[in-house]
Design a protein around this ligand. Sequence first.
Ligand SMILES: [Zn+2]
Length: 248
Amino acid sequence: MNAMHPLSSQDIVSIWEVGLRQHPLDRALTILHAVYPDVGLQDLAALSIGQRDWHLIALYERLFGRNFSGLLHCPACGEPLEFTVDSDQIRVMHDPDEADGVLEMALDGYDLRFRPANSYDLAAILHCADVQAAQQKLFGRCLLQVSQGGMEVSPEVLPEHAVTAVDEALAARDAQADIRFDLVCPDCQHAWQAAFEVLTFLWAQISAAAQHLLYDVHILAQAYGWSERDILALSESRRRWYLEMANA
Ligand SMILES: [Zn+2]
């Protein structure tokens, strides 16, 4: 993919407006499409989840810096815990191309071909009855071929340890898809690993930025009678300056 397209104030508001009524899976694609307008939505949806998140981390850094801050509750004592993680702590792939391509493995006489999960796969398992059904369906989608002695066989014949081996190979290949970070509760010293979802942080920041921009539009439109479009087209420093005048 080419370099990221810079986002204007209008882009931030548009992403927020569209993303507000979308499922997070689509919201991630809306954000990526805004910074990679030359890449079609279908190609963005076909990125592995690790690749998708790698790009979302890069965008977060560009727009909001390297720190991801949040609030969690200790699973042992329930006390709230503020945390900040640095982007270096949660970036595990140097390059998104690391997750590209089909994997092959020979195990117990079976030849297996499989690929990491993408947004289409996660969308396909949204309405599964339970976690186990979702895992099975996801596995079935990512397993492209099972053969034995050159003959294709049903994936159902695979022994449990072969399924585990495929899962492990996929987790290693698309390492950015499942990120956890260490936390220790300062109150009870309980230590645990929390899952890191970059989209949650990025969306919270985009929402806050968009609403802040619209508030500025509200103040400046009242003060000067300018249109939303003209106000959003102002540079940050000009907007701040006029806001100070309007609030004076
Ligand atoms: Zn605790």
